[in-house]
Design a protein around this ligand. Structure first.
Ligand code: T46
Length: 134
């Protein structure tokens, strides 16, 4: 089973450039509580390797590219994020990593929660225990 759920944003291009937009609860399937972004990534760098108990996110790569790997404890999927108008939905309880960043990558996440370290599961065995417990 594929874990890939992409969101295609409108893209309005003319001689001045390209404009995309996202609205909460229509393009983004949750009320947005937070955004964060990552820049200055070393070539082929990796980040993530965790899951969230409650947070849903949509990830975007506004420039460059990054390979996103998803794992629900049974199924694994990969998606190369490389188009500024294409987002990748990561629901809660999905182990994910961001790998092979290009040096010029501009990575953006819109998230459904405020930041809390308590929402993170950073150990893979803890993740498997969390998703199998009732
Ligand atoms: C995720 C992936 C896609 C904050 O204080 N506030 C924030 O909103 C965020 C996102 C992070 N932080 C602090 C927590 C750590 O001390 O920033 C530091 C680096 O965070 P982390 O090592 O979790 O970064 P990544 O790139 O591994 O993961 C990030 C997000 O944290 C995470 O939610 O799903 O991007």
């Amino acid at each position: 089973m594929s874990l890939i759920e992409t969101i295609n944003l409108p893209i309005l291009s003319d001689e001045r450039g390209s404009l995309s937009f996202a609205e909460a609860s229509s393009h983004i399937p949750f009320p947005i509580k937070r955004i964060f972004y990552i820049t200055n990534t070393p070539e082929n760098g990796n980040r993530g390797f965790h899951a969230h108990k409650a947070t849903h996110q949509v990830l975007f790569c506004l420039h460059g590219s990054v390979l996103i790997k998803l794992d629900d404890g049974i199924n694994k999927s990969e998606f190369l994020l490389s188009k500024p108008n294409v987002g990748l939905l990561i629901r809660n309880k999905i182990w994910h990593s961001m790998e092979n960043f290009t040096k010029d990558c501009v990575f953006l996440s819109v998230a459904s929660t405020h930041y809390s370290e308590k929402d993170y599961i950073r150990n893979y065995d803890d993740f498997l225990n969390f998703i199998t417990k009732k």
